[in-house]
Each structure stands twice: as structure tokens, then as C-alpha cells.
Design a protein around this ligand. Structure first.
Ligand SMILES: CC(C)(COP(=O)(O)OP(=O)(O)OC[C@H]1O[C@@H](n2cnc3c(N)ncnc32)[C@H](O)[C@@H]1OP(=O)(O)O)[C@@H](O)C(=O)NCCC(=O)NCCS
Length: 140
């Protein structure tokens, strides 16, 4: 499968992006919220193949020390072919030398370990929708 990696929000079909997030699955997002979040992010990545969106992700960054990666997801039928790796690698390449954190979906930790991430001993999060996140297995 040939891909095109795009690092801009220009021309993104946000309904298609929200559908991808839902099908991945990573949750239900309002396309307008998704657009606002991606447009406010420091770095974005969209992978296209065969004329459609296959994967996406975004990063927050201060450009000096700290970055965070969010909303990495791939269409179910495109998973396992390297698209997720391409998304994370593109985001990391924009944050060379920075400490980059993320919280993996439960069970997806090995995917990030292959990309050089290590489990944090003191990581803590103040979660919006805490009960929901606890039930999903993100937090104690
Ligand atoms: C997690 C996700 C982004 C991975 O994307 P992907 O395109 O399927 O992954 P890739 O094909 O690029 O995999 C890269 C490597 O990670 C491995 N990998 C991928 N998912 C894995 C998993 N769940 N467990 C263990 N290894 C995994 C692959 O085997 C591959 O290994 P290799 O380097 O030995 O070839 C994708 O499965 C997805 O969208 N899942 C649903 C949404 C989600 O949970 N996102 C994560 C939010 S934190």
C-alpha cells in the first residue's frame, strides 16, 4: 500500500477524520472539536492511501523541552501495515531532543515500546471524565 504523509490540517475532511477516530476505535468526536484540537496542536500528521485517510495523530509541544502525543489512530482495515508507526515517527521527527509523553490505550503499550517509549514510574494525570477513564483502564 502506498501512502502520502501530510503534516498540515489544510484540506482535511473533518467528518472523515471523526469517522476514522470512531472506527479505530478511539471514541466519538464532534468533527468541529476534532478540527479545533488539531488546529491548536503544534504538529499534526495525516496518512492518506488509495484516496482516503488511513491514519492520523497530533502533538502538543513547547519546542524546547516537552512534548506530548495524542489521538494516534488508524483505520481498522489499515492497521498492522505500518501506518501507526509512520504517524508517530513523523510527529517525533518534529520533536527531536525533547521528552515526549503520551498515555497509551490499554493494551497498546507494546506498540509505543517498539517506538522507544518507556513506562513512566511517576506519571500522573488529572483526567477530565475521570470515572469514564477509570472504567476504560487508563487510571487507577
Ligand atoms: C495502536 C495503533 C495506532 C497502531 O497502528 P498500526 O498501524 O496498526 O501499527 P503499525 O502497523 O504501525 O505497528 C508498528 C509496530 O507495532 C506493533 N504493534 C501494533 N499494535 C500493537 C499492539 N496492540 N500490540 C503489540 N504490538 C503492536 C506492530 O506489530 C509493529 O511491530 P514491528 O515494528 O515489529 O513491525 C492502531 O492499532 C489503532 O489505531 N488502534 C486503535 C486506536 C488506539 O488505540 N490508538 C492508540 C491511542 S494511544
Amino acid at each position: 500500500m502506498g501512502w502520502t504523509v501530510r503534516e498540515t490540517t489544510d484540506g482535511v475532511d473533518w467528518d472523515e477524520a471523526a469517522e476514522l477516530v470512531e472506527r479505530a476505535p478511539l471514541g466519538t468526536r464532534d468533527p468541529r472539536d476534532l478540527r479545533a484540537a488539531f488546529e491548536a496542536s503544534a504538529h499534526v500528521c495525516f496518512v492518506y492511501g488509495e484516496g482516503r485517510l488511513l491514519g492520523l495523530g497530533r502533538a502538543l509541544s513547547d519546542g524546547v523541552w516537552q512534548g506530548g502525543i495524542y489521538d494516534v489512530c488508524v483505520l481498522p482495515e489499515a492497521q498492522g501495515a505500518g501506518v501507526g508507526r509512520a504517524v508517530v515517527s513523523a510527529l517525533l521527527s518534529r520533536m527531536e531532543g525533547l521528552t515526549v509523553i503520551l498515555f497509551a490505550s490499554p493494551g497498546k503499550e507494546p506498540f509505543y515500546e517498539r517506538l522507544g517509549f518507556r513506562r513512566m514510574k511517576t506519571g500522573m494525570g488529572r483526567f477530565a471524565r475521570y470515572e469514564e477513564r477509570r472504567e476504560q483502564g487508563y487510571v487507577e
